[in-house]
Design a protein around this ligand. Sequence first.
Ligand code: SF4
Ligand code: F3S
Ligand code: FES
Length: 256
Amino acid sequence: MSTATLDKQEPKDATGSAAVELITATFRIRRFNPEVSAEASWEDFQVEIDPKERVLDALHKIKWELDGTLTFRRSCAHGICGSDAMRINGRNRLACKTLIKDISPEKPITVEAIKGMTVLKDLVVDMEPFFQAYRDVMPFLITSGNEPTRERLQTAEDRERFDDTTKCILCAACTSSCPVFWNDGQYFGPAAIVNAHRFIFDSRDEGGEQRLEILNDKDGVWRCRTTFNCTDACPRGIEVTKAIQEVKRALITRRF
Ligand code: SF4
Ligand code: F3S
Ligand code: FES
């Protein structure tokens, strides 16, 4: 049964601006509040909204107009901060980059927390283990010798080698879509490897060997089974699996 209805609004001003077509969409949200129940449960909300708006806009409407207890993270609302990754219709996405019209709003839209991490409340998960794996790969430039008096130069070709992995916004969409990570949460996960890649292949960095040894661990790169879920999930379009393969190859050849 269709749960979305069309409702054409008249233009709001005399300038003849185009009418906005509102729909009533059902958002089926996985709720969890440990102070109320040990079990999570689904709750439906009917939201009247322009389908050209984003899932984040609908969540704001629900929180501000229907149920102020709905809990989720967001900050920039423009795909930069990485704080609003969630499972929307069973797929990891950023709520602020997902247009309602693109996710079949004629059917209930499911929204739940990303998988493999402890849910604290509603759509908010404990990100600390994720950030610990990120810190473990030392995501900063490691150099020796004296401080240079000018910027450290590199060629355009050298910069190109790690350009893709500089785009990471640490949203965890990749790591929380990886079946190996779901298994036990011990795997470093694709996001940490992406951020190691960003420095391993930087010609100005001298910590590549250390990072490779860290990822040569039983919970490191070798646990990747090349399932590509991470690449499909990345909202920045990073070729995550390719980056992981490059790190594996660097471990074998020790050339990077
Ligand atoms: Fe998010 Fe992509 Fe970075 Fe993974 S690699 S944390 S999906 S931006
Ligand atoms: Fe997981 Fe991505 Fe590898 S989904 S198994 S890290 S290719
Ligand atoms: Fe910042 Fe979506 S709110 S990426």
